[in-house]
Design a protein around this ligand. Structure first.
Ligand SMILES: Nc1nc(=O)c2c([nH]1)NC[C@@H]1CN(c3ccc(C(=O)N[C@@H](CCC(=O)O)C(=O)O)cc3)CN21
Ligand SMILES: CC(C)C(=O)C(=O)O
Ligand SMILES: [Mg+2]
Length: 264
């Protein structure tokens, strides 16, 4: 596969072919995810829960993210590497630039940050400095203490309108991609239509331009908590990990995943 760039992703949106994304935090998973033909690797701050065993993503530092990004970069051949800016690493333009510098120098091709309309000046500054940005809207896990838990966002018309307006504002500020987490499918569809940049969803239905899952979740490895509604275990019908990763890519491309049971 030739190197995936923002141009590749934009073409996929235009042609209607679904974009696939999975997390990877180390070189082995990076290689496996590449072999499966996934376009975007997310080095997610979910590593704070999945790898570090915390009960939220808040303890993760920029140094942690840079460490895992270097490992993923070594395993990568052609995917676009997107890396989460962790909790409190982008409270203003200067710190967002410093944090992103560390991640880009570790091997990120793009950074992702969580928030809303207030991110616009930060996104503008990053883009001016050559850093492509994905804006993560809806359920933003770094705000779990403010939200009162990992709950679906935008169920009420008024909240949905705010998220739609934020999506348009962040595209206007220069975001090259949006990620919607745990929003009703009708809202995700409206946003996907309203913006010209690719929209990746998790718990946002099948109408977005692409899908993402935490790789440990879709391999049935995650322990402890009740699984979120949007998770499917792709190992159940497969013999091995490479098979499960290929099955995920195929299901997303054929718009068989997510199904109605995975949506809100
Ligand atoms: N392993 C793992 N997978 C993830 O998807 C993930 C992480 N960790 N860590 C960071 C965040 C936290 N995430 C979560 C965690 C739980 C729910 C959850 O249980 N949601 C309820 C919504 C209930 C409602 O409001 O109706 C669900 O039933 O899915 C959602 C997202 C997503 N991210
Ligand atoms: C759940 C995805 C979207 C994420 O942000 C992460 O893995 O950290
Ligand atoms: Mg994250």
């Amino acid at each position: 596969m030739p190197n995936v760039t923002l141009t590749t992703l934009s073409k996929l949106k235009q042609t209607g072919e679904k974009i696939t994304c999975l997390t990877a935090y180390d070189a082995t998973f990076s290689q496996l995810v590449n072999e499966a033909g996934v376009e975007v690797i997310l080095v997610g701050d979910s590593l704070g829960m999945v790898l570090q065993g915390n009960d939220s993503t808040l303890p993760v530092t920029v140094a942690d993210m840079a460490y895992h990004t270097r490992a993923v970069k070594r395993g990568n051949s052609s995917a676009l590497i997107m890396v989460d800016l962790p909790f409190m690493s982008y409270p203003n333009v200067d710190q967002a630039l410093a944090s992103s510098a560390q991640l880009m120098q570790a091997g990120a091709h793009m950074v992702k940050l969580e928030g809303a309309g207030w991110l616009a000046p930060i996104i503008k500054a990053l883009v001016q400095n050559g850093v492509p940005v994905c804006a993560h809207l809806g359920l933003t896990p770094q705000a779990v203490n403010l939200l009162g838990g990992y709950k679906v966002q935008g169920r009420l018309d008024e909240q949905a309108q705010v998220i739609l307006d934020d999506a348009k504002a962040l595209e206007a500020a220069g975001a090259s991609m949006l990620l919607l987490e745990c929003v009703p499918s009708v809202l995700a569809n409206a946003i996907t239509e309203a913006v010209s940049v690719p929209v990746i969803g998790i718990g946002a239905g099948s109408g977005t331009d692409g899908q993402v899952l935490v790789v440990h979740d879709m391999l049935g490895l995650t322990r402890g908590h009740r699984q979120p509604r949007f998770v499917k275990n792709f190992m159940l019908d497969q013999q091995d990990v490479p098979g499960a990763l290929r099955a995920y890519v195929e299901a997303v491309k054929k718009v068989e995943f997510p199904a109605a049971e995975h949506e809100f």
